[in-house]
Design a protein around this ligand. Structure first.
Ligand SMILES: NC(=O)c1ccc[n+]([C@@H]2O[C@H](COP(=O)([O-])OP(=O)(O)OC[C@H]3O[C@@H](n4cnc5c(N)ncnc54)[C@H](OP(=O)(O)O)[C@@H]3O)[C@@H](O)[C@H]2O)c1
Length: 251
């Protein structure tokens, strides 16, 4: 029997958001899961949770999302599962700064472009190198590379100049890769998350009614199910860009 495919997710945070939910959904669907984030405590906890539920998940903490760290962590993943096939990868990490333009520092510009764009280049490179020599799977593809975007991926606004510059850059990367590698049966896809996601961080900021109301907020698990759907699309009809928003979003 072929070994279970590997799903790599970078940007798991405290496991309450999209990265954590994607790890759970892909694990339940039979993928082995490589968890990448800064800081190991939450990662180890999530790996333990998935393993206890019958999955095979391993924490790969990084000190930061530098180009070099991202390349190195893929080496560790390949070493851990030497015969494993990385078939799906999600770049979910992001750097968010929301400020009026004149308040933005040079350091914030560097951080946004480093994490939202440059690190995503490193992640994409490693994911594509992992996919490119694999045989076609049952869906006629070698692998699926997914990017988490935001409203700011397609629309700038007041206070979003530095975040939008990073997320536009990420979207441009994903479209270019989709065109270049589609011809090699590598599926590159981008999701515009057009609304607020019900993570622990949002719970602290918003009132409990908002958090409990599925009409107005995005549930991380719902996003993750869409990502699993993208990974399962076959080559004759696959999506480059998906946008996801709650039913009552004012868009
Ligand atoms: N939350 C929302 O309302 C919302 C709305 C639209 C789009 N999004 C997008 O959804 C994705 C996941 O966010 P989430 O809110 O679901 O999950 P989350 O748990 O809040 O995760 C945020 C991610 O960003 C990373 N991150 C935050 N600050 C960083 C920094 N200074 N340097 C490096 N990395 C940093 C974290 O990295 P670690 O894993 O290493 O901690 C974490 O993976 C992001 O791409 C975000 O832009 C979020």
């Amino acid at each position: 029997m072929a070994s279970r495919p590997i799903f790599v997710v970078a940007g798991v945070g405290n496991a309450s958001g999209t990265g954590g939910a994607s790890a759970r959904v892909f694990s339940n669907a039979g993928y082995r899961v490589a968890l990448i984030a800064r800081g190991s405590d939450n990662l180890k906890k999530l790996a333990g949770e998935l393993t206890a539920a019958g999955g095979d998940a391993v924490a790969f903490p990084v000190a930061n999302y530098s180009y070099q760290e991202v390349q190195t962590v893929f080496g560790a993943i390949r070493k851990h599962w030497p015969d494993g096939e990385i078939r799906a990868a999600l770049w979910n990490a992001a750097h968010g700064t929301w400020k009026p333009f004149l308040d933005i520092t040079e350091e914030e510009v560097d951080e946004s472009l480093e994490i939202n764009v440059k690190s995503a280049f490193a992640f994409s490179r490693e994911a594509i190198l992992s996919f490119k020599d694999l045989s076609l799977n049952d869906n006629g593809k070698r692998g699926t590379l997914i990017f988490t975007g935001a409203t700011a991926s397609a629309r700038g606004n007041t206070t979003t100049s530095v975040f939008a510059a990073g997320k536009f850059g990420l979207r441009a990367l994903s479209q270019s890769l989709a065109k270049e590698f589609g011809k090699q049966n590598i599926h590159v896809t981008h999701a515009i998350i057009d609304g607020a996601i019900a993570t622990d961080r949002q719970k602290e900021r918003r009132d409990p009614e908002w958090f409990a109301n599925a009409d107005v907020r995005l549930d991380p698990e719902s996003i993750a199910k869409s990502y699993l759907y993208l990974a399962g699309q076959d080559r004759s009809a696959w999506t480059w860009e998906l946008d996801l928003r709650p039913a009552h979003e004012k868009w």
